[in-house]
Design a protein around this ligand. Structure first.
Ligand SMILES: [Zn+2]
Length: 447
């Protein structure tokens, strides 16, 4: 039996966001198809994207001519796809304008977004409304795998970067969230008070779903356990960081609900997510085409390699054969749930440390990342907390920087960590990689 609130939320989707419901419906039909039917359909979407890119995306228009690639060759022989060179973050940074569609109608609807990237290099991208609606539909479908239904409560312990003076959330946005039965809590600024508010909210709204970053959710679970609080969630969804077995067991034990691990990023959206069987992460074949390569060659199923991804819904700014800089393996093992999408095992994720404020609170280090593009052309950076009152920004320059903008970052650091915390900028020629070869972009040296 739906509550009045749930009816209202469902009504707001039916009339305000019908495209999301339409895509969700498409995804539900898709998930019941066999593996081979899903892959056939995916090839069709891929071909359509290649034809569009050839026509409307200057970067691909030029590239395809340069390498002699024609989408109709792909149609005859899908193996020709591997002729397209891999796409790096650097190529996108250097050719940003050429990745934007020239189709006038679509161009007008684009939204510009920035990401810290997975290796500390700031990256600007565009998203079109179709991609955004598809992405929400993917996320909602993942939530239905826990038994959640559109309209039921959803809570996001998620990111809100602080730049300059704090701006209040506009009333219409709060109303929109209320109507959708959606609540947000700022994961970049966690205090005992904010966790108390969140706990109280979840106690009053049983049966919902909570999304969070792994480390943030773990911290919230610690908070609940220390205070003997019990919340009644349907499921918790984790993203953005590797989820270790011990963390999962602890969170599930304290929250008394299953944890669904997911794999996504700003550039691509939803890539893979666990179903209710928790046997691996199902690839989202309508959203992206996943290749696993080693030295440029596809690895056999079950063997580790580098993920190379192609977006299938963001025609406004398509990424084809994009190196996300994460590692893992595809497996042909069937999931007992019967869904056709292959399983993905992500073995290398992003590494983000927490920073400790002088008053003892822990802040997820990612809060500074969206601000880094303010400085201008940066090749790489790493933010190191050397003491409770000193954050060092090590930057490898890629041109002249807007140094006066560092004052905004300095202020944000003081606002989040405390007035006595100093942010210092240092220029270096290169940055060390972690033992796994992965770049760590926030590091805490504080015990
Ligand atoms: Zn499954």
């Amino acid at each position: 039996m739906k509550s009045l609130r749930e009816y209202l939320a469902l009504w707001s989707y039916t009339f305000g966001k019908s495209d999301i419901l339409q895509y969700l419906n498409e995804l539900r039909q898709l998930e019941r198809l066999t593996v081979s039917d899903q892959l056939t359909l995916q090839q069709h979407h891929l071909l359509h994207l290649l034809e569009y890119a050839d026509h409307y995306i200057p970067y691909y228009h030029d590239l395809f001519r340069e390498i002699g690639f024609r989408p109709k060759d792909f149609s005859a022989n899908p193996a020709t796809f591997s002729q397209i060179p891999l796409l790096t973050k650097e190529i996108i940074q250097q050719n940003y304008e050429k990745f934007i569609t020239t189709e006038p109608e679509k161009r007008e609807q684009l939204i510009k977004i920035k990401t810290g990237g997975t290796t500390g290099e700031p990256l600007w991208l565009m998203q079109d409304p179709t991609y955004r609606a598809y992405n929400t539909a993917h996320v909602y479908q993942e939530m239905t795998w826990s038994g959640w239904q559109v309209g039921q409560p959803q809570t996001w312990l998620w990111g809100h970067p602080v730049v300059g003076a704090p701006s209040p959330v506009p009333g219409w946005l709060r109303f929109k969230d209320w109507l959708a039965n959606r609540t947000e809590s700022n994961a970049f600024h966690i205090t005992d008070q904010s966790m108390e508010l969140l706990a109280r909210h979840l106690e009053q709204q049983p049966g919902g779903v909570l999304w969070s970053y792994v480390s943030t959710l773990y911290r919230f679970a610690r908070f609940l356990e220390e205070r003997g609080r019990t919340i009644r969630l349907r499921a918790a969804y984790t993203a953005a960081e590797p989820l270790y077995d011990a963390q999962r067991a602890y969170i599930e034990n304290v929250l008394r609900c299953p944890v669904f691990n997911s794999y996504s990023c700003v550039e691509i959206g939803s890539i893979a997510c666990e179903c209710e069987q928790h046997q691996g992460l199902h690839i989202r074949p309508r959203n992206c085409y996943v290749e696993v390569l080693r030295d440029g060659t596809p690895t056999p199923d079950g063997e580790e390699g580098e993920f190379v991804l192609t977006t299938l819904t963001n025609y406004g700014f398509p990424l084809i054969r994009y190196r996300i800089e994460d590692w893992g393996r595809k497996t042909s093992r069937a999931c007992p749930c019967g869904r056709g999408a292959p399983l993905l095992e992500v073995v290398e994720g992003r590494i983000i440390d927490h920073f400790r404020a002088p008053d003892g609170k822990l802040v997820w280090g990612a809060f500074v990342i969206p601000m880094m593009p303010l400085l201008g052309p940066i090749r790489q950076y790493q933010i190191v907390q050397q003491s409770e009152t000193l954050l060092v920004f090590r930057v490898v320059k890629d041109g002249d920087l807007a140094l006066e903008k560092f004052e905004d970052i300095r202020q944000a650091v003081r606002k989040v960590l405390g007035e006595t915390v100093e942010a210092r900028l240092e220029f270096v020629d290169s940055l060390p990689a972690s033992p796994t070869g992965k770049h760590r972009y926030t590091v805490s040296e504080v015990q």
